[in-house]
Design a protein around this ligand. Structure first.
Ligand SMILES: *Cc1c(COP(=O)(O)O)cnc(C)c1O
Length: 429
């Protein structure tokens, strides 16, 4: 890329969570194939991020390229109001078939954040239809991340989500400390008691409990035991609240099973999917709900679900998503997940002994190294690029969520780069 183009970028283009006054360096990517990104200067980087966890099949996937071309030759878009099309039906059939039993109704939205907005509106409409007027609050765990639009932001962690900055703008909801750490941890009876007390106080004014099951992603790459989800579901039932699982990050195999809800063996009332839904090709998300939720909304004052984005069920995105799901199921993702999970554990394990490392944890194809000091983002990013890998840490978290097609050798190189970085105090704040 020319210096002029890079200068334009620095002066005019916002990047995610960055300043235009003091922009951090950006790396120009020209193309990507398999698990590798190619920079415009020809250097190749092994991608440990799957483009924020979306590109599960890697890049430039022949089957997905073909799906995109086929569909664009038929029609790229058509309104979904009063019209339907085969790609939407095919995707809906697959989502109903592969998600936990009972999630039969599908709302196709344009991004993860929007699917959470839709889930929250569904819950409010559901309560309203049952006479629960004024049940407009949501209950959630601290440490969560649900997206960047207003509704989702209001249930993101109050500190990392900067609720004080947006005070007066964001609705105020109720936060419970998150469950004790550890996927395999025993249930803590004292925590369960406090959770019940939290429901007793706040549930009467609430529509639903929303959380990321088992893994809190952008809120801290934090794992907790599935048993807490069963407790939350029971409390929701006792208090007449709906249970919303945000599986935008955990869906499509990332934590081991196809959906993290399967760890707990339960079906939420509402499920949000996004990110890997189209294999990282196009923006698309889905909000699924049970027949009970849909029927109750249908009996309510509005009688309809009050949402309908312009690009709802975009045919290009739907056709690519349906093809991506077929590819995932055909490819034997379970073997890939087991292989990646074992590889991450094997190659990151020795990091736990390093002085700058606080914790190493692995679940499914998620490997996390939590450090004692926050990283120096610009320096560490440059170090990783020198090592031939693309890893984007945040705060005290250096993590991998690689594409499922990452080879054993590529995975080893990603892990080695992280351990090398953890041996260099100058890359930390
Ligand atoms: C990324 C993410 C979102 C937001 O999705 P966008 O497509 O970025 O709007 C919501 N919830 C979770 C758990 C996520 O990881």
């Amino acid at each position: 890329m020319s210096p002029e183009e890079l200068a334009f970028d620095r002066q005019h283009l916002w990047h995610p969570y960055t300043s235009l006054t003091e922009p951090l360096p950006v790396y120009p990517v020209a193309s990507a194939t398999g698990a590798r990104l190619r920079l415009t200067d020809g250097r190749e980087l092994i991608d440990g991020m799957a483009s924020w966890w979306c590109a599960i099949h890697g890049y430039n996937v022949p089957e997905l390229n073909a799906a995109l071309a086929e569909q664009s030759a038929r029609m790229s878009h058509v309104m979904f109001g009063g019209i339907t099309h085969a790609p939407a039906v095919a995707l809906g059939q697959r989502l109903v078939a592969i998600t936990p039993e009972g999630l039969d109704k599908v709302f196709l939205a344009d991004s993860g954040s929007v699917s959470v907005e839709v889930a929250m509106k569904m819950a409010v409409q559901y309560q309203h239809a049952q006479g629960g007027v004024g049940r407009g609050k949501f209950l959630t765990f601290r440490g969560g991340y649900h997206g960047d639009t207003t509704g989702p932001m209001s249930v993101c962690d109050p500190e990392t989500g900067m609720h004080s900055l947006f005070a007066g703008f964001l609705p105020v909801h109720h936060f419970m400390s998150r469950p004790p750490a550890g996927f395999a941890a025993e249930l803590d009876a004292d925590y369960v008691r406090r959770l019940a007390a939290f429901f007793a106080v706040h549930a009467p004014s609430a529509a639903a409990f929303i959380c990321e099951p088992v893994v809190q992603g952008a809120g801290g790459m934090y794992f907790y035991a599935p048993g807490y989800l069963r407790v939350v579901q029971q409390l929701c039932r006792e208090h007449g609240l709906l249970l919303i699982f945000d599986e935008i990050a955990t869906g499509f195999g990332r934590t081991g099973p196809l959906f993290a809800a399967e760890h707990a063996g339960i079906t939420p009332d509402i499920l949000c999917l996004g990110k890997a839904l189209t294999g990282g090709y196009l923006t698309l998300a889905a909000t699924l709900c049970t027949s009970d939720v849909a029927d109750t909304i249908g009996r309510g004052e509005a009688g309809v679900m009050m949402h309908g984005p312009t690009f709802m069920a975009n045919p290009l995105a739907c056709h690519v998503a349906a093809t991506s799901i077929d590819l995932l199921l055909q490819r034997g993702w379970r073997e890939d997940l087991t292989r990646l999970s074992e590889g991450l554990a094997l190659h990151l394990r020795s990091g736990a002994q390093m002085p700058l490392v606080q914790d190493v944890r692995v679940l499914g194809a998620i490997g996390v190294v939590e450090t004692r000091r926050p990283v120096n983002m610009a320096k560490m990013q440059a170090f990783f690029v020198q090592q031939g890998v693309w890893i984007r840490p945040f705060g005290r978290l250096i993590y991998l969520m690689p594409p499922y097609v990452t080879s054993d050798a590529e995975l080893e190189q990603l892990c080695a780069a992280i351990l090398a970085a953890c041996g260099r105090p100058e890359l930390f704040q």
